[in-house]
Every structure is written in structure tokens, then in C-alpha cells.
Design a protein around this ligand. Structure first.
Ligand SMILES: Nc1ncnc2c1ncn2[C@@H]1O[C@H](COP(=O)(O)OP(=O)(O)OP(=O)(O)O)[C@@H](O)[C@H]1O
Ligand SMILES: [Mg+2]
Length: 403
């Protein structure tokens, strides 16, 4: 007998049931589809199989409601009974699985716990970033030191090779200058003797002609100028060789002593004063500094290199500011100029030996590499900050006591 008899085929009751069951069915059938869609999009959702079990269970429930409608007219109670049985199995399985999952679900962190963990992670991440940056800086310094060491060996080799020939060229040259003076004396004596010859003497005429042909007067004037230029050139080569040697072995016989950095700065300023005074106004912002263990003459060389660079970077008029301060373990010296500044792409190369942007004859590119070696020897650091068009600051950090 169709199920509709239970409703006495009263249309109102019948349709109330049919419509309600239909709506429940639509809802039940749509839920597994939504669940499948979510699972497809979020493959990381844990216990996906549980979601699948829920989907089957809800689908089965929907089917029982279809059968509710079906049996109103067609009394297929065996089929509807089996579908109910399947639904029961699916519900029992899902319910059991849910119980099994309870401890796992309860162990999931709450949103507050997640937020806390997230904050912790963020803090650790920041810390890691800081360490990473420190490592990168250290690596940069190590690379620079390594580069310096290998360039130092190269420089030492070159300096040694050039030093020998320069030595004998220099000493021969000094003899040559001396001989030239003696030749001049002799020639002058001959010239005085010349006057005694008669104008018609053939030999005399030939000598006069030769003097004219070889531009004797000009040669006489030019030789001392040429010799002076050569002496200047040789002096420059000697200075370059000395710089190269200092760069490769910045250790001289100088003793490590406790010395006052301000004294060093002052004496360097007075040495460079003739260069500085026309171009820069010097501002001193000295703090109180303890004496530090150092090689004072070498540090003065560093200050001198930086000051000369500063003056050379100022085109017409500018300012050089010297600042000093210290903490428990180190002293800091900042030398700032209002010069041309250093473009970013070359800032990383200024400490390289032979790196120069100056015209030939004005810079050899050894000043800063030499300074770098000296500061490293003092277990300190030297860095530069610069803004093109505004100026440059060199920051030297030196330990008060050598390790
Ligand atoms: N204060 C500064 N302002 C602008 N540029 C600078 C400054 N100091 C250094 N530089 C740049 O760094 C380069 C290298 O300097 P470094 O002192 O080593 O060599 P140099 O001055 O060119 O030659 P040297 O010092 O051997 O005579 C310079 O050529 C210049 O381009
Ligand atoms: Mg220089």
C-alpha cells in the first residue's frame, strides 16, 4: 500500500510532506558537493577522509528523503529500507570516526595560540634576519680582507721588482746630473777659449756651424729642465713603490704605544694645512677620548689620506668636520666632507688598491687601501657613507686596547 494512504491522500498534508522532503533532499545533496569543492581547493585541510565520510553520510540521508517522496505513490519499502540501512551504516561509521578524531581535534591549537606562535615565529624570523645581515657584513669584510691579502702579496712582489731597477736608475741618474754639471764647466771653459780663435780659422768656423746646427744654446738650457723633470718622475715612482711596500707590509719598526688620537689628528691637520686652508673650513667636534694602544704614525697616515681625499673632493669651498667619541671598548673617529660624494656603484671599490677616479698623475689609488690595511692591523674597521652631491663620511672604529 502506498505511503500516501497514511496521509489519507489529503493534498495539503501530502504536499506539505513532499515539499519539505524535497527541500531537505536538495540541501542534503548540495552539502557533499560543497564539501568536495572545498576539499579540492584546500588540499591541505587535515583529515580529508573525514570530510568525505561526512559527505557520504549526508548524501545517504538525502536519499532517504527521496525515498520518503517515492513511497508516497510507489510502495517500494524494501528499497527504501535498504537505503535506510546504508544510511545507518554510513552514520555509524562517520560517528565512530568522529569519536576517534576527538583527541586530535582537541589538540589543535586555538586561534589565540596560533597568533602567539605566529608572533614568536615573527620575532625569531627578525632575529634570524639580523644574524643573516651580520653574516653578510662579516662575509663582505672577509672577502675584502682576502682580496687585500692577495693584492698585498702582488703589491709586495711588484714593489720588490721595481725597487731594484729604480735604485740603480736613481743612483746613476745622480751621477749623470753630476757629470752633466762637469761637462757644462768644461764646455764653458772651451767657450771662453773660443774667443781667442781668429774669425777665419776653418776649425772655428766648423764649430760655430755645428753649434748652430745642433741648437747648442737650446740644449744647454733644456738639459737642466729635463733632468729636473726626470728627478720629479723618479721621486714619484719611488713614492709609489714605498706606498706599495707599506701596503703589503704596513709593519714598520714602530712600537705599539698608548697614544692620544686628538694629538694625532691635530698634527696631521697641521701637516695638511697648506692643502686644506684654501678650500675647507675645519670644524672639530671632539669628545673626550682615552688614549688607545696603537701605532700613531701609521694612524696619522690614515688621517692624512682621508683629509687629502676630502680636500680633493671639494671643488671650490667646503667644510671638513672631525668628530670623535668612545664607548667602553672602542673609539670612533668620523671625518665628514661636503665634497662631491661617491656614487653607490663605486663605493664598494674605494678600498681596492689602485682604484682611483682621479686623473693620471693626481692619484695612484693606494691611499685608502693603505689606510684599510693599517686599520685592520689595529683590529679596527673603516667604512664610508656617502651621498652624491652632498659629501662623504669616513668612520673609523678602533679598539682602546689591542686584543
Ligand atoms: N672624500 C671623498 N670624496 C669623494 N670621493 C672619494 C673620497 N675619498 C675617496 N674617494 C674616491 O675613492 C678613490 C680612491 O681613493 P684613494 O685615496 O685610495 O686613491 P686616490 O685618492 O685616488 O689616490 P692616492 O690617494 O693614492 O693619491 C678616489 O679616487 C675617489 O674616487
Ligand atoms: Mg687618496
Amino acid at each position: 500500500m502506498p505511503h500516501g494512504h497514511c496521509y489519507l491522500w489529503m493534498p495539503k498534508i501530502l504536499w506539505l510532506h513532499v515539499i519539505s522532503d524535497a527541500l531537505i533532499t536538495i540541501a542534503y545533496f548540495s552539502i557533499p558537493i560543497t564539501l568536495l569543492y572545498i576539499l579540492k581547493k584546500r588540499r591541505d585541510i587535515p583529515f580529508g577522509w573525514m570530510v568525505v565520510a561526512f559527505g557520504i553520510f549526508i548524501f545517504a540521508c538525502g536519499t532517504t528523503h527521496v525515498m520518503e517522496i517515492w513511497t508516497i505513490w510507489i510502495p517500494n519499502y524494501w528499497l527504501s529500507g535498504f537505503i535506510k540501512l546504508l544510511t545507518a551504516v554510513a552514520s555509524i561509521v562517520t560517528a565512530t570516526l568522529l569519536v576517534y578524531l576527538i583527541p586530535k581535534i582537541l589538540s589543535w591549537p586555538s586561534p589565540e595560540q596560533l597568533q602567539y606562535l605566529n608572533n614568536e615565529l615573527q620575532a625569531q624570523n627578525n632575529e634570524l634576519n639580523k644574524i643573516n645581515k651580520k653574516l653578510a657584513d662579516t662575509q663582505q669584510q672577509l672577502l675584502q680582507s682576502e682580496k687585500m691579502a692577495s693584492l698585498g702579496q702582488l703589491a709586495a712582489g711588484v714593489a720588490h721588482e721595481i725597487n731594484n731597477p729604480i735604485g740603480y736608475v736613481w743612483s746613476n741618474f745622480k751621477s749623470l746630473e753630476d757629470y752633466q754639471k762637469k761637462y757644462t764647466l768644461l764646455l764653458n771653459a772651451y767657450a771662453a777659449y773660443d774667443q781667442t780663435f781668429s774669425k777665419d780659422n776653418e776649425h772655428h768656423k766648423k764649430i760655430i756651424q755645428l753649434k748652430h746646427d745642433i741648437e747648442f744654446e737650446f740644449i744647454q738650457d733644456d738639459i737642466p729642465a729635463l733632468l729636473k723633470e726626470c728627478t720629479d718622475g723618479l721621486t714619484r715612482v719611488q713614492k709609489i713603490v714605498k706606498d706599495l711596500k707599506d701596503f703589503s707590509h704596513p709593519d714598520s719598526d714602530e712600537e705599539w704605544v698608548y697614544s692620544d688620537i686628538h694629538e694625532g689628528l691635530e698634527s696631521t691637520l697641521s701637516i695638511a694645512w697648506s692643502e686644506i686652508k684654501y678650500k675647507a673650513h675645519v670644524i672639530k667636534e671632539y669628545g673626550t677620548l682615552p688614549s688607545i694602544e696603537c701605532l700613531p704614525a701609521q694612524l696619522n697616515q690614515v688621517f692624512l689620506n682621508i683629509l687629502i681625499n676630502a680636500v680633493q673632493a671639494i671643488e671650490t669651498q667646503g667644510t671638513i668636520t672631525l668628530q670623535t667619541h668612545h664607548d667602553q671598548t672602542h673609539v670612533y673617529i668620523r671625518i665628514t666632507d661636503t665634497g662631491s660624494g661617491i656614487p653607490k656603484d663605486i663605493l664598494g671599490r674605494i678600498f681596492d688598491p689602485f682604484f682611483t677616479t682621479k686623473e693620471i698623475g693626481k692619484g695612484t689609488g693606494l691611499g685608502l687601501s693603505l689606510s684599510y690595511g693599517i686599520i685592520q692591523k689595529h683590529h679596527g674597521t673603516i667604512t664610508a657613507e656617502s651621498i652624491v652631491g652632498k659629501g662623504t663620511t669616513f668612520i673609523i672604529r678602533l679598539p682602546i686596547k689591542q686584543p
